[in-house]
Design a protein around this ligand. Sequence first.
Ligand SMILES: Nc1ncnc2c1ncn2[C@@H]1O[C@H](COP(=O)(O)OP(=O)(O)OP(=O)(O)O)[C@@H](O)[C@H]1O
Length: 226
Amino acid sequence: MNDPALHLDNIVKTYNPGTPGEVRVLHGIDLTLTAGEAVALVAPSGAGKSTLLHIAGLLDTPDSGTVAIGGQDMTGQPEARRTAVRRQEVGFVYQFHHLLPEFTAAENIILPQLANGIPRATAEARASELLTLVGVAPRATHRPAALSGGEQQRVAFCRAMANRPRLLLADEPTGNLDPETADQVFAALMTLVRTTSMAALIATHNLDLAARMDRVLRLNAGRLES
Ligand SMILES: Nc1ncnc2c1ncn2[C@@H]1O[C@H](COP(=O)(O)OP(=O)(O)OP(=O)(O)O)[C@@H](O)[C@H]1O
């Protein structure tokens, strides 16, 4: 019950080891995120932020070190198990929304729940609740192309949270928006995090937004500094 949403212990990652193209990216990352915590990840370009988010979200594996989600150590687990835990416990948001263009805002939030075996009525209620929280309920029946950039991104947050994940990982979620819209979208994200008490690791170049989170971590030379 009190297990951390995410626990990384001594994560090391090198691309193309032992070759002329070797890139040592992460040199021993330790990180613990607890429920309800929003943590900013600030890093210069190329520092390994996406690599770290992919490892934390079970999309990639470290060379060594452990990744535990909700107290479940994922080291050496078969891919099917990693996929199941990722689907259930982790939500992702990217700089670009990646919503399905042929489906409405609500359907984009309903579909991942149906894929997880949730009954349609429950999924619809959950979509409606999430869209209301981020202020996009009046646009529920619009397709992504008929939504503004900020609305699209707020719908993407709702989709990421549709299956009540324990952990939200966001890679520059406001990077594609003008400052005012970024501010509104960030506020919506924080509302969702506070309401659902999930843990969120949010990579951003925006130091003002980073300062509004509970903690700021800097990724530098392969290590995390607070
Ligand atoms: N598959 C790969 N093979 C080899 N090198 C890689 C691979 N993926 C990433 N890298 C390198 O590892 C380093 C970290 O990449 P990563 O994408 O994690 O950085 P980032 O901090 O997310 O960068 P950005 O902010 O520019 O997106 C970079 O030098 C990158 O070129």
